[in-house]
Design a binder for this molecule. Structure first.
Ligand SMILES: C[S@@+](CC[C@H](N)C(=O)[O-])C[C@H]1O[C@@H](n2cnc3c(N)ncnc32)[C@H](O)[C@@H]1O
Length: 219
């Protein structure tokens, strides 16, 4: 079976990320520093893609380990951190074995995100931390038209959780691999249902945030 990202892995690495020319437009480094913070030992990145966040995790002292469903994406990530192929809905990891798990820009790619959160809760030690940095549910590209970054238009669609390739741009991910969405209360409630306590929040990207970040902790 080919994962959706297999067909765009080279584009993601050489065009999509390269177009940002090293600029951290979504403020991922700041959010990881604020929400995850410094630490040591393994930090699992779920949906690690091409490994773009490995350096950011290492800079905080963690040892990044990546998991992704796409062999194509992992082909790039393996140069940046140890990786394994797997489905986030069924992590190949023992119960209660990790102190830190992160995921960056993945939940809109995972229609089964509630199951992913339950898996995160299962593999975390009591007191372990899970940091979610995801597309901001209030400004999701399926309904938020960013053609003019200074005047974003919010179209109807916030309550539509269906998978869609509808997008305001042909230069992004959504038009190529599709995406889903959870309204804000539904997303927050899924963390609580998984036994993850909401602890701290942040936003990234300007002038209107692109990304919502949360630090949660296993009870
Ligand atoms: C938008 S990319 C983000 C990649 C990386 N985290 C980054 O910040 O560049 C989403 C990633 O989630 C992965 N993914 C989607 N569904 C998955 C699943 N069920 N299990 C593991 N990875 C998954 C995709 O293959 C893709 O690499």
């Amino acid at each position: 079976m080919r994962a959706r990202y297999d067909d765009i892995a080279d584009w993601y690495e050489h065009d999509f990320l390269a177009a940002q020319q090293g600029a951290d437009l979504l403020e991922l480094a700041r959010l990881l520093a604020d929400l995850l913070g410094p630490g040591s030992g393994p930090c699992l990145e779920i949906g690690c893609g091409t490994g773009a966040n490995a350096g950011r995790l290492r800079a905080l002292g963690w040892t990044p380990v990546g998991l992704d469903i796409s062999w194509g994406m992992l082909g790039h990530a393996s140069a940046r951190m140890p990786v394994t192929q797997g489905d986030a809905e069924c992590l190949p990891i023992a119960d209660g074995s990790l102190a830190a798990v992160v995921t960056v820009l993945t939940h809109t790619d995972m229609p089964g995100y509630p199951a992913v959160l339950r898996e995160v809760s299962r593999v975390l030690r009591p007191g372990g931390v899970f940091v979610h940095l995801g597309v901001h549910p209030c400004f999701c590209g399926g309904f938020a038209d960013r053609s003019d970054p200074a005047a974003i238009v919010i179209n109807p669609g916030y309550r539509d959780t269906q998978w869609t390739t509808a997008s305001w741009t042909a230069n992004g991910l959504r038009d190529k691999v599709g995406a889903t969405h959870l309204p804000l209360p539904d997303l927050l409630n899924e963390f609580l249902a998984a036994g993850l306590v909401l602890e701290r929040f942040g936003e990234g990207g300007s002038p209107t945030p692109v990304l919502l970040g949360m630090r949660t902790r296993k009870e």
